[in-house]
Design a protein around this ligand. Structure first.
Ligand code: FAD
Ligand code: NAI
Length: 474
């Protein structure tokens, strides 16, 4: 006998749990199935993001930034710190507590919104009398049926070929968030978002960090000027970043030796105590029974979906990391809400042109819309305006003047095409740019808006003024 719902969501990461909550808010009887568990076997909804991604990484970034400030920045303020030390066990304990609070928050939200939660592995079982069936294998076996299924099974870290993660010497994101003591030498393969964020955490705490990146250009998805500034700052901070390398053998004994050829083709070795491998993530479809039910998977392993997140199976939807598009929590959430609206017969919409990107290093990096190199290659005639935080009063008072805001606008219409920030609180500042772009604003609109003084947001206004060559404070 199957239990009947209107919607069954498989996966309770940011895509799945948000989809489930929105479905329930729209009056649909909703179940959500998730298999993540704590060390003692309890449910831990929230997916990669909550358990081993966004949330714990930001907790450690904050702890390590506090430590670095105490070590290097407080003295300038006249604050003397004697006998400074880092208690890694306590730092990890705090991170685990933050994660647990988020797990519990989601369980509470499920209860409040009347989403029925099932702890176990969900697999597609084809059409039954009551709709599409999902089998749940957990402490007990259950069969659920629903008219609509939402697959939100997320992604797993990619390993280097032949180099399995052991989370002792070869670390994935989970291992990188749980190193029990600061390693003397830390290697990172991949200068992407995980590599830079996790490399920053352990560098701030005292590790010598070397990053090996295959591509010749640093942060290729970011605006070139931002990427250049970021490389300069991270290098100055002490992170060694080698671009254009080819990683060869990885030998693990007491520690790790990485053989690689550098950008000139010369053979090199890197000896480290721990190695983080952060070379991207692969969609997770194992255990879904996709093959047996005929769910189409594309050549790269993602569940194939149309623009509205419909799969090839009627009333089966897929969202988040397991489908095309950026692997970002907020993208997964937006797709979750849009699919819920569509299931309820309403209009759902995700604007992929205004999905913001943030890298939570110090300085933070954030952007939305097109980069200058994209506009050039698309042949778009644009104007650029930049403003450095060095000339912003609040940044000076904060003692954090690295970086700039750059705004790109169409030359003819002045419509904002992209905004790029490297500097303090870029993650928060970018929201203004997202709103502006979503409302089709011109650079002049931002320039005409009153921004509080002194605030970092004035750099956004000044960058907008700079598009028309009329900054006031530079
Ligand atoms: P997931 O969060 O991966 O959740 C999928 C869930 O489904 C998991 O709980 C999984 O166990 C479960 N599941 C899978 N298969 C089944 C099954 N068959 N049955 C039952 N359950 C199943 N993004 C940001 O936007 N900002 C950040 O700051 C950020 N930081 C990150 C830091 C790190 C270290 C990492 C690794 C990622 C980070 N991300 C960040 C990316 C973000 O975590 C993902 O984009 C996001 O979690 C994707 O959400 P999702 O719901 O698609 O999948
Ligand atoms: P990534 O795609 O950001 O970076 C991977 C890097 O590894 C790339 O620069 C790639 O060129 C390089 N690489 C690939 N193979 C390599 C090899 N064999 N040798 C050397 N370099 C190699 O992937 P990452 O950092 O693993 O993150 C995964 C996903 O998680 C990202 O897509 C991102 O969307 C998400 N994420 C988001 C965060 C945020 O929003 N702040 C934080 C962390 C992760």
């Amino acid at each position: 006998m199957s239990r009947q719902f209107d919607v069954v969501v498989i996966g309770a990461g940011p895509g799945g749990y948000i989809a489930a909550i929105r479905c329930a808010q729209l009056g649909l009887q909703t179940a959500c199935v998730d298999d993540w568990k704590t060390a003692d076997g309890k449910p831990a909804p929230g997916g990669t993001c909550t358990n081993v991604g966004c949330i714990p990484s930001k907790a450690l970034l904050q702890s390590s930034e506090n430590y670095e400030h105490a070590a290097h920045a407080f003295a300038e303020h006249g604050i003397q710190v004697k006998g400074l030390s880092i208690d890694v066990a306590q730092m990890l304990k705090r991170k685990d507590k933050v994660v647990r609070q988020n797990n519990e928050g989601i369980l509470y939200l499920f209860k409040k919104n009347k989403v029925t939660f099932f702890h176990g592995r969900g697999s597609l079982a084809g059409e039954g009398a009551g709709g599409y069936e999902v089998k749940v294998a957990g402490n007990s076996e259950e069969t659920l049926s629903a008219r609509n299924i939402v697959v939100a099974t997320g992604s797993d870290p990619r390993a280097l070929p032949g180099v399995a993660f052991d989370n002792h010497l070869i670390l994935d994101n989970d291992g990188a968030l749980a190193i029990p003591e600061v390693p003397k030498r830390l290697g990172v393969i991949g200068a992407g978002v995980v590599g830079l964020e996790m490399g920053s955490v352990w560098r701030r705490l005292g590790a010598e960090v070397t990053v090996l990146e295959a591509l010749p250009a640093f942060l290729g998805a970011a605006d070139e000027q931002v990427a250049k500034e970021a490389l300069k700052v991270f290098t100055k901070q002490g992170m060694v970043i080698r671009m254009g390398v080819t990683v060869g053998k990885v030998i693990t004994r007491k520690n790790v030796t990485v053989e690689y050829t550098d950008s000139t083709g010369a053979a090199q070795t890197l000896a480290v105590d721990k190695l983080i491998v952060s070379i991207g993530r692969a969609p997770r479809t194992d255990g879904l029974n996709a093959g047996a039910v005929g769910l189409e998977i594309d050549a790269r392993g993602f569940i194939a979906v149309d623009d509205d997140c419909r799969t090839n199976l009627p009333n089966v939807w897929a969202i988040g990391d397991v489908v095309r598009g950026p692997m970002l929590a907020h993208k997964a959430e937006e797709e979750g809400v849009a699919v819920a609206e569509r299931i309820a017969g309403r209009h759902g919409h995700v604007d992929f042109n205004t999905v913001p990107w943030v890298i939570y290093t110090s300085p933070e990096i954030a952007w939305v819309g097109k980069t200058e190199q994209q506009l050039r290659s698309d042949g778009v005639d644009y104007r650029a305006g930049s403003f450095p935080f060095m000339a912003n009063g609040r940044a000076r008072a904060l003692g954090d003047t690295t970086g700039f805001v750059k705004l790109l606008a169409d030359r003819a219409t002045d419509r904002i095409l992209g905004v790029h920030i490297i500097g303090p609180m870029a993650s928060e500042l970018i929201a203004e740019a997202v709103v502006a772009m979503e409302f089709g604003a011109a650079a002049e609109d931002i320039a005409l808006i009153c921004h509080a003084h002194p605030s970092l947001s004035e750099a956004m206004k000044e960058a907008a003024l700079a598009v028309d060559n009329r900054t006031l404070n530079l």
